[in-house]
Design a protein around this ligand. Structure first.
Ligand SMILES: [Zn+2]
Length: 162
C-alpha cells in the first residue's frame, strides 16, 4: 500500500487549504484514489474566495468507488493477509503460540472492519442525500458544469415555478 500526500493550495492566495494522505492499493495511484465525496465548491479559509476542488466529487453523480462498497476495505484485507502469511511461516517454524496470535490479529482486523461496514454505508447514504440536495439547486449544478464536471441534464433545468 502506497501512501501519498496531497497538498492543496488556494488558487487565489496560494495558501495551503488542505493536506491529507491517501492510499493506493498495490498499484499506481489513480485519480480516483484522491477523491473525497462532498461539494467541489470550496471556500478558502484564508482569503474567503470560492474555488473548485477537482478531487471532490458529488456522490449523486459519480457514485461510490469499489473501495467504498467493500465489506472489508483493501487496507484491512492486506493487513489480514500479512497476518495469515506470517502465521503460516510461524507454524512452519513450530512457533505455534505466535502463529495463533498472528492468525488472531488477522481475524480481528477483518471482523473489526466488517463490523464498521454498516456505519460506512450509512455515511455514504447520508452523503448521497446531501449531494442530491446541493445539486437540486440549478445554479449550483450549472456552476459545477462550467467547472468541467459531467452534470446530468436533469439537474441543469431551470426551477419550475409552482
Ligand atoms: Zn485563498
Amino acid at each position: 500500500m502506497a501512501m501519498k500526500t496531497l497538498v492543496k493550495n488556494c488558487p487565489f492566495c496560494k495558501k495551503v487549504v488542505e493536506q491529507r494522505a491517501y492510499a493506493s492499493w498495490g498499484r499506481q495511484p489513480s485519480e480516483q484514489d484522491k477523491w473525497q465525496f462532498g461539494s467541489p465548491l470550496r471556500l478558502c479559509p484564508h482569503c474567503g474566495k470560492l474555488f473548485i476542488d477537482s478531487d471532490r466529487q458529488e456522490l449523486a453523480i459519480t457514485g461510490p468507488r469499489r473501495q467504498d462498497m467493500a465489506v472489508v476495505g483493501p487496507a484491512s484485507l492486506r493487513l489480514a493477509l500479512m497476518g495469515i502469511v506470517l502465521g503460516a511461516l510461524l507454524l512452519v517454524g513450530k512457533l505455534n503460540v505466535l502463529a495463533y496470535i498472528a492468525f488472531g490479529v488477522a481475524l480481528a482486523t477483518l471482523v473489526a472492519d466488517a463490523a464498521l461496514y454498516p456505519t460506512r454505508q450509512k455515511k455514504l447514504a447520508a452523503e448521497r442525500v446531501a449531494s442530491e440536495k446541493r445539486l437540486s439547486d440549478p445554479g449550483y449544478a450549472r456552476a459545477l458544469k462550467k467547472a468541467g464536471y459531467d452534470i446530468p441534464e436533469r439537474y441543469l433545468k431551470e426551477e419550475e415555478s409552482k
